[in-house]
Design a protein around this ligand. Sequence first.
Ligand code: 5GP
Ligand code: MN
Length: 341
Amino acid sequence: MKITLPVAAEKLRAADKILITAHINPDGDAIGSTLALLQILRSMGKNAEIYIDDKIPKNFSVMPFAEEIRQPREYEKFDADLLVILDTAPDRIGKIKDLTGAPILNIDHHITNKNEEGDLYIDANAAATCEIIFYLCRELSAEITKNVAVCLYTGIATDTGFFNYSNTRPSTFRAAAALVEAGVEPNLISEQLEKRTFREVQIMSAALQTTKLFYGGKVVGMFVDRELYSQVDTTEGLIDLIRVIDSADVAFLITEKEKNICRVSMRSKGVEVSEIAKRLGGGGHVRAAGCTIYQNMDIAKMTLIRTIGEFMIENGYLRPIDFENREEVDLAAMNFENEQS
Ligand code: 5GP
Ligand code: MN
């Protein structure tokens, strides 16, 4: 059931033992929002813990209280009276559902979140879940300490591309300003998040070499195979290297993380990539979305390129005259790849 922010605050006040989680492949917003809420709830005297069913990328592991994030073990149980799911619907939290059967309070800003399990507070206009948590904090009259502010600022900064993306709205800046007043030093957070080892920069260069154009340059893709992936801590930021290409409306990155598990990230300048991701079982935002394709790299690549092409034709981003049927879309994708690479 959809609820308002004051009702969400009430649910938190009423609970004592609270399990907080966020999505797998956790990003700055997922990690920042869970860590901020952990501190807020503990300051209210609650017994709160964070479990995330994935590893935490090292650039985020310096955030305050990050060492408290636990990864669930098989068959582990956690006795809670509320499960708070942040920055995703309950379908992307991995094994957390096995940990507890507690009622769900879901707080999110993804337009594709259609969760009907438990209570949902959704604000699809919020730039980040951390922006929602900032306003929730006010609702709870909780103090925004410097440590809370650092976590919230990190999530807002990463989800807005440091206040560059179209999701950045006046209230995003207002929240950020209050967080800086609470002690955040934006330069230090940027430095920490940008940090890469020499090897990682070399890998970036190898990843860039895989870049190819499709559909006359309107789509650009990067491909990280298992060999390349095994050498990096995270692929975060790689897609930003190619989404700047002037001809491209859609940029994508396919990472084969494990055999036949390909993670897809998409960015766009207007094309509703959330809709493309949905067709492949994923979701996200209009201009930033993702999904997982359970195939090898070659098949995942064709599936994705074809789905992007079909969506773009149906919605007038590509001329249908060029692609009369599915087969030709495949062929066109291949041809463009050959032409442009
Ligand atoms: P990223 O490319 O940074 O992993 O994800 C971009 C956006 O799409 C993020 O807001 C992320 O939460 C969302 N997203 C990525 N993958 C999936 C997915 O498999 N399912 C859903 N529902 N959302 C996703
Ligand atoms: Mn987010």
